[in-house]
Design a protein. Sequence first.
Lengths: 377, 253
Amino acid sequence: MITHFLMNGLDARVRIALVVIVAIAILVPASNLLLPPSSPFHVPTYLVTLFGKYATYAVLALALDLVWGYCGILSLGHGAFFALGGYAMGMYLMRQIGTRGVYGNPILPDFMVFLNWKELPWYWYGFDHFAFAMVMVVLVPGILAFVFGWFAFRSRVTGVYLSIITQALTYALLLAFFRNDMGFGGNNGLTDFKDIVGFNVQAQGTRASLFALSCLLVAAGLVLTAAIVNSKLGKVLIAIRDAESRTRFIGYRVATYKTFVFTVSAMLAGLAGALYVPQVGIINPSEFSPGNSIEAVIWVAVGGRGTLVGAIVGAVAVNWGKTWFTGVLPSFWLFALGGLFVLVTLFLPKGIVGTWSEWRAKRRAAPPADATPAPAE
Amino acid sequence: MTEALAANALLYLDDVKVSFDGFKALKGLSLTIEPGEMRAIIGPNGAGKTTMMDCITGKTRPDEGEVLFEGGTIDLTRLDEATIAELGIGRKFQKPTVFESHTVEDNLYLALKSDRGPFATLFHRLSGTEAARIDELLATIKLTERRGDLAKNLSHGQKQWLEIGMLLAQEPKLLLVDEPVAGMTDAETMETAALLRRIHASGKSVVVVEHDMAFVRELGVKVTVLHEGGVLSEGSIDHVANDPRVIEVYLGR
């Protein structure tokens, strides 16, 4: 049943994307680790980490496309789930520092010693175990999304109102995590990580492995989301997007479906955040800032919402652009991003991948020029 | 007396009152639909036809009165839309609402009677029986040729038929059909009347709300005239058409 379910989503576009992603997951770390720096095919470590970060953004974009592109839930707070997954990973990484911190306390992270705390808060228990932390990475965003969805969707909050509430959710978390009393390091967040499952986070090999894992997470996320949207449940999601009350009147509990897909999406976003943190080396409350979530919406819009592969393309393309642009004209990036969003909305409403497949479909429908029979002489 | 009436009825509305911000949409509406009956409901704008449908399908809760289903055993005022749909009441909206970005086939597939839980649908696979049922429905609504087309590319009349097909796919006991021929050509109107008569002949109860008198005459069933939130007249089309009160408020002028 599960195999059939997972195989179900693998159409041609998804298959091609999977091959490309897995090839990148193997080739990039191989070139970084095996080729000498002098070789023209050598990928420097800083680029490996940079693209590893893009890969985690791509997973966030996939999660967002699942709810926005297929179910019409425009979440402007998906960054919150990403950040929560990141914090869960950050807490594990903090506990791995042990006595190597500035204050050398074997149990308490530096910021707690600094705040004069005597013992570890209860919610930090268990985070020294990798497996426990990994469970929390999906469970915490999942539970938050479930509870949020349960109330919001049952009360039939939709459209712009829902978007505003999701925005408020991430903003509330931003303010909460800024407080030192919360026990998550206040505005400095969690940083100075040393080891992840026994490997130095700074080491070239670890970075290459994290990159490969991030790519594999993109691939796994794509298989999962494609399987969901191609199942009958996926058709129900599209039905809800197109005609919510019609779906209700043929007997589907719309709130249940929305809560389900919102929760799955939040869990995926949490996993992305967990792989993001060891690669960038820090997690702080700014990850909850509403701007981040809105940027994620733009990635999906640029790539093409409701296409899945488009979300990946959009996330990588926009972030690559951002890296380049902030190098050239740092103070104009937000204008460029806003302009990009306006241009895409006006001229490319289906995004890169959506427009591409439309063009392909049109070309296939029109008879090819060379196939017309030559006039008889 | 009322118990006896309710016990024999498929749908039983008694003294239903609904008001919105002081506007009384229904002022004590009573209506009984027998099992296997087809009924036409007419009435001028604002007579409360759509509000009545909203009360039956769980969209609006009446302020007062009873809405009972299946011999008075089920109180519809306590249930939500999805539960009522699963009990066997299908509703067609005034404006045709189909899933525009799904194919005609998938529209019917989603409407087929089946387990509506999210996990059941996640792992659901189209069975042979279901495929056969879809073929049968496509033939009934005369859309076999268009099965692979997106619903948004259908004509207005075809969308109305597809929506009726989706109601049938749910295998309801009672169909509520709101203005099925609005915006249809005369040929399509007659075709729709024939379709509804076939559905009725297959043993289902049907309630049709309509403005079009020619269409109601074509159906040839008992007619209820609503006016200002209550029943004004009831009987055959000729009976109501000759009722002086009906002529005054609705047909005359």
